[in-house]
Design a protein around this ligand. Structure first.
Ligand SMILES: C[S@@+](CC[C@H](N)C(=O)[O-])C[C@H]1O[C@@H](n2cnc3c(N)ncnc32)[C@H](O)[C@@H]1O
Length: 257
């Protein structure tokens, strides 16, 4: 098929690339991208984006020895977060779900001196991640910009609101999927977001399972599908990007009904 398309001299597109040994020959599809071409394109984007700092790369390397290294975000997610932080001249960032500190340190590096990343994680998914996270933050050049709060995220958000610790310019949500609607609503209701703030939510494609309406038996899939519908209600501007496992960017645009 591929050779016959080539013989017809059709202009080369991603359709040809999907079967082209030069593009996908040595590639195995990964669980997020799904196909060999998408996996090759993702690797190409990573290779053609600014390199991660040594500190961020070292966290990723240390995390590979843990039980759940698949919880690390893509390097592209770090690069996207850094771009948005720089473009919006953010100074206060909130992270819900920090794990070993990969995205937290990456975000802190994009902040100006005096900027802060407040991180909430209870380390319920992998307790060993806490030590790796604390050591990585302490040995990074941006340790003074990161405040790690080891607590359940809903409780942590309420406490931040009570302390008047907000508002934040950027919030990155990357924790338990069942509470995602509660997180964005609480951020908004408790005035934890500055006007025009961006909320980035990871895993909104969830291994493409949300594309299968029959897959409602899985709690996380159902929760993410519900979240994706919920934010389309008109209060948020929504941009859903097919980066890795799906990243949705939200900005509050309408007052609460
Ligand atoms: C996918 S990992 C975060 C990955 C990190 N942002 C990165 O890219 O390297 C999810 C984290 O959320 C934390 N988490 C899950 N449910 C939580 C909850 N209810 N409260 C606080 N943290 C939670 C887990 O302990 C885990 O470390």
């Amino acid at each position: 098929w591929w050779h016959s398309r080539r013989r017809q001299k059709k202009p080369y597109t991603s359709i040809e690339a999907a079967e082209d040994p030069e593009v996908v020959g040595a590639i195995l599809p990964d669980a997020y991208e799904g196909t060999r071409l998408a996996t090759a394109r993702h690797a190409f984007c990573v290779a053609h984006s600014s390199p991660l700092s040594d500190a961020v790369q070292q966290v990723a390397d240390r995390t590979q020895k843990l039980r759940m290294p698949q919880m690390l975000s893509s390097p592209l997610t770090v690069q996207l977060l850094q771009s948005i932080i720089r473009a919006s001249q953010a100074t206060r960032v909130l992270e819900i779900g920090t794990y070993t500190g990969f995205t937290a340190i990456g975000m802190a590096e994009a902040l100006p001196p005096g900027g802060t990343v407040v991180c909430l994680d209870d380390f319920s998914d992998e307790p060993d991640a806490q030590t790796v996270c604390e050591e990585a933050i302490a040995s990074s050049a941006v340790s003074g910009r990161i405040q790690l709060r080891v607590q359940q995220a809903l409780r942590g958000l309420k406490q931040l609101a009570d302390e008047g610790a907000g508002p934040f310019d950027i919030c990155f949500i990357d924790a338990d999927k069942e509470n995602q609607i509660a997180y964005v609503e609480l951020l908004d209701d408790a005035a934890l977001l500055k006007p025009g703030a961006s909320v980035l939510v990871d895993n909104t494609l969830w291994y493409s399972r949300v594309l299968r309406p029959s897959d409602k038996h899985d709690k996380a899939t159902a929760a993410i599908a519900e979240f994706n519908k919920h934010v389309l209600g008109g209060r948020w501007h929504v941009a859903m990007l097919p980066i890795r496992d799906g990243i949705t960017i939200l900005q509050r645009v309408a007052p609460a009904p």
